[in-house]
Design a protein around this ligand. Structure first.
Ligand code: G1P
Length: 274
């Protein structure tokens, strides 16, 4: 049912300067794999084969990564190094990759709206690659696609965070339908702890129904003067149906140096060395 996943990747990654001066932040590796590849593998684990990227200037390394590299293939063909390319080859062979550019940085909502041309009129996943989500069984996006098949509405991934950190996230409140599923009533972008409706923070995984595009077209700039995806999803919640899902897995904030180092150590010990 969900065939496409949108990756907003136009951001500058200023927190990682100078590393990101000429390299997209999404190409930063966690051990030996770029963040964006983790994201694409997660989507592919959910049965998604159309990967759509909202890119910007200086992001050419991303389309190059998701392409056949003739020289490299010829060079390593038949050597022990081929194994290291196995996962990216599978992605490149099994998926399509499309790109459009966000010409101005006007927020996550604006980035998603820019992706409309790649998505069209169908429900789709959204992955923010700097939230690295690792799960033992099904990927987080696969868990959400399963839920979508049951509920047919927009779904946001959530996680409990310390109350003093609410100002880093979209924060929801809602009715608990089960231990891990809520019907969203309220959703606020980066509230101060005193104004936060709960400590349930939105993590960079979404499934969105395509009416989001019309809503985004009419969404006024919100927090920070940016067009906020949170505000548009809140509009969907007002009209009836948005679910919030406490996913099974671990999330690392690889948009921060601390989270990035934590993810690196975790993947080194638990994935790479195994
Ligand atoms: C974005 C969203 C926010 C969400 C977060 C998850 O913020 O605007 O609602 O909680 O991603 O990582 P950003 O981190 O891009 O500032």
């Amino acid at each position: 049912m969900i065939k496409k996943c949108l990756f907003p990747v136009a951001g500058y990654g200023t927190r990682f300067l100078p590393a990101t001066k000429s390299m997209p932040k999404e190409m930063l590796p966690i051990v030996n794999k770029p963040l964006i590849q983790y994201g694409a593998e997660e989507a592919n684990d959910a049965g998604i084969t159309d990967m759509a990227f909202v890119t910007g200037r200086g992001k050419r390394a991303i389309p190059d990564h998701f392409d056949f590299s003739y020289e490299l293939e010829t060079e390593i063909s038949g050597t022990g190094k081929e194994k290291q390319l196995e996962e990216i080859r599978n992605l490149v062979n099994n998926c399509t990759f499309t790109y459009t550019r966000q010409k101005q940085m006007k927020g996550l909502g604006h980035a998603v709206l820019t992706g409309e041309t790649l998505i069209g009129d169908q429900p789709f996943g959204v992955i923010l690659a700097d939230d690295l989500c690792l799960a033992e069984g099904k990927s987080v996006m696969a868990q959400m696609v399963e839920l979508y098949d049951q509920h047919r509405c927009s779904i946001v991934a959530i996680q409990e965070v310390p109350m003093e950190e609410t100002s880093k996230y979209g924060v929801i409140s809602g009715d608990a339908l089960s231990d891990d599923l809520f019907r969203v009533h309220d959703m606020v972008e980066k509230p101060d702890p005193k104004d936060a409706p709960s400590n349930l923070a939105v993590i960079g995984r979404y499934i969105l129904t395509p009416d989001i595009f019309d809503i985004l077209r009419n969404t006024q700039p919100g927090k920070g003067g940016e067009i906020q995806l949170t505000d548009a999803i809140m509009e969907q919640a007002r009209n009836g149906g948005v679910m919030a899902y406490k996913f099974k897995g671990r999330r690392f904030d690889c948009g921060s140096i601390d989270g990035f180092v934590e993810a690196t150590n975790f993947v080194y010990e638990n994935v790479y060395k195994r």
